[in-house]
Design a protein around this ligand. Sequence first.
Ligand code: FES
Length: 106
Amino acid sequence: MIETMTRVAAARYSELAARSGKEVRIGDKRIALFKLTNGDVRVIENQSPHPKGGVLSEGLVSGEYVFCPVYDWKISLIDGKVQAPDTGQVKTYEVLIEDNQVYILL
Ligand code: FES
């Protein structure tokens, strides 16, 4: 089966600050964009998998990880995995950057 992805314009690349998150709502999805210090943009679901469901775009970014602002779970911005000793995973999204425009592929 061939899946077609839709690209949704989410932000201007130049307006994203390094090491901080930005929330984008697309339909009922809450999505977080992060610009890493190396300039890469990573996109994940904007809710911690912890029962308290912290907003990850408000978390602290260090390298390729974001720390949930509620209970400090460390979550990979590459594959969405919660780092040990905690467990869980958030959804990740593919991103495309063209002419200063950041698109999320859904
Ligand atoms: S809500 Fe994110 S670690 Fe608890």
